[in-house]
Design a protein around this ligand. Structure first.
Ligand code: PGA
Length: 257
């Protein structure tokens, strides 16, 4: 796991955009995430699209997860959110943006069909946030480390965290479809971003704690190509932060992130 510590959330976004732009230029398959953390990165990619000609026209995109019971047109569905925050502002054709069908009459069948779609592709880079409880996607603590796309019950902390988007905790759906930890692990490159003090404990558990279903993000420890980009606040509880900074400034020649 490569851990890059940057000063501010804007610096995290610039670093993440540098990495993602390299993939976009190659017409790669992108795994996208919703939530607040990647918003600055999306803004920076949109800016590069508008000002520097960065194109996503040949990319395909796959979302991590979706609320069960929200129609795709609901403003808080992740299908609507990713379009509003990112994809509708760049040149990726809408039909190339995929997500689980949270409003399908049979959510279990929708999970299986999304897993089948992902099994037939290679996600070149998967963007990830991390929950305050260590979740990635909606793989809450106790998720099987080899889980596939499935129906999950949200953790009360996640419902509380996401109430800000719905205005009221009561309105947050209780169930989701999420790529599993096994599904996410198949991506060739995992790129996890975390900013802010509220993520510091989860980041320390992910990077320096044991590999454990209690911290689903700890599966990054098993991945061959995982890059973690943190601001100072999110990095505050890492024991080996000085080593990560040193390794970042003494990279072997010709090694990209
Ligand atoms: P956030 O969520 O980016 O809104 O903090 C991250 C997550 O829960 O995965």
């Amino acid at each position: 796991m490569e851990i890059l510590i940057r000063s501010t959330p804007d610096d995290v976004a610039a670093q993440a955009a540098d990495i993602l732009a390299g993939y976009a230029q190659r017409g790669a398959t992108l795994g996208l995430a919703t939530g607040s953390t990647p918003l600055l990165t999306y803004r920076e990619l949109i800016r590069r699209h508008a000002n520097e000609g960065l194109s996503f026209a040949y990319c395909r995109a796959f979302l991590l997860d979706e609320y069960v019971g929200l129609p795709a047109a609901h403003p808080q569905s992740y299908a609507a959110t990713i379009r509003r925050e990112f994809t509708s502002h760049v040149d990726i054709p809408d039909a190339q943006v995929h997500s689980p069908r949270g409003d399908a009459p049979d959510p279990l069948a929708a999970a299986l069909s999304y897993e089948a779609l992902l099994a037939a592709t290679t996600v070149d880079v998967q963007l990830l946030g991390i929950g305050g409880n260590g979740h990635i996607g909606f793989n809450e603590p106790s998720s099987s480390l080899s889980s596939l796309t499935r129906l999950k019950t949200l953790h009360p902390r996640t419902i509380e965290d996401n109430a800000r988007f719905f205005g009221d905790e009561e309105l947050v759906p209780t169930h989701v479809l999420t790529q599993g930890l096994g599904t996410i692990s198949r991506a060739s490159h995992l790129l996890l971003l975390a900013t802010g003090e509220s993520k510091a404990d989860a980041v320390a558990a992910m990077a320096e704690g044991p590999l454990s279903a209690q911290c689903p993000a700890s599966i990054l420890q098993l991945h061959r190509h995982a890059t973690v980009v943190l601001d100072e606040a999110a990095a505050a509880r890492l024991r080996n932060a000085e080593y990560y900074r040193y390794a970042d400034t003494h990279k072997p020649a010709n090694q990209d992130y």
